[in-house]
Design a protein around this ligand. Structure first.
Ligand code: C5P
Length: 200
């Protein structure tokens, strides 16, 4: 039987950490849907048409270093294109229906991809906290950046993700909102696991 957990929220709010921990805890498969848009964005940066890239996307394209600031911006630019989003729907829905359970994290999972998900979480945190987390992640990888640049990038991406006409970033009406600004990853994960366990 399938069981789907949808986790949405803005960049660097802790969705990925919570999604991976939930998947580990319950033995569910996990799909970071941001990687789909990042893979398409990375192809666009090499000159490939974004819609063609989305239609031709294969699972192996999700490997590799897609977590750069440049690819994040490219991802949010291709993500406004309705044909790009449409080309990625079937793959995400098939993943969500896997036997044994699935966790998908992104921006529109609870609203558009899996409106009937068994559990919906909307993970958020203040801009400042999210920027600090992303800055530390990028700095740990040796990326040359500054806190101010990371904050400006996050705000630009959030604004584009929230304002787009197709599948904008927004909490589903039936999502549990988890604000991670003032709680540790461990506590946020424990809250998510407890909520899912009640609905399972
Ligand atoms: O989650 P991540 O930061 O990797 O996502 C990169 C970009 O991909 C987001 O800024 C957003 O524009 C896009 N995205 C989306 N819908 C999703 C997941 C990601 O539009 N479900």
């Amino acid at each position: 039987m399938s069981f789907t957990v949808a986790i949405d929220g803005p960049a660097a709010a802790g969705k990925g950490t919570i999604a991976r921990a939930v998947a580990d805890h319950f033995g569910f498969a996990h799909l970071d849907t941001g990687l789909l848009y990042r893979a398409v964005g990375a192809r666009m940066l090499t000159g490939v048409d974004a819609i063609k890239a989305a239609k031709a996307l294969r699972p192996e394209d999700l490997n590799g270093d897609l977590r750069t600031a440049e690819i994040a911006q490219a991802a949010s630019k291709v993500a406004v294109i309705p044909e790009v989003r449409a080309a990625l729907v079937d793959f995400q829905r098939a993943f969500a229906r896997r036997a044994g359970g699935a966790v998908l994290d992104g921006r529109d999972i609870g609203t558009v991809i899996c409106p009937d998900a068994d559990v919906k979480l909307f993970v958020t945190a203040s801009d400042q906290v999210r920027a600090e987390r992303r800055f530390l992640e990028l700095a740990a990888k040796g990326a040359e950046t500054s806190r101010a640049k990371v904050l400006a990038d996050l705000r630009e991406r959030d604004a584009r993700d929230s304002a787009r006409a197709t599948a904008p970033l927004t909490a589903a009406a039936d999502a549990l909102v988890l604000d991670t600004s003032e709680i540790s990853a461990k506590d946020a994960t424990a809250a998510a696991v407890a909520h899912i366990a009640k609905l399972r």
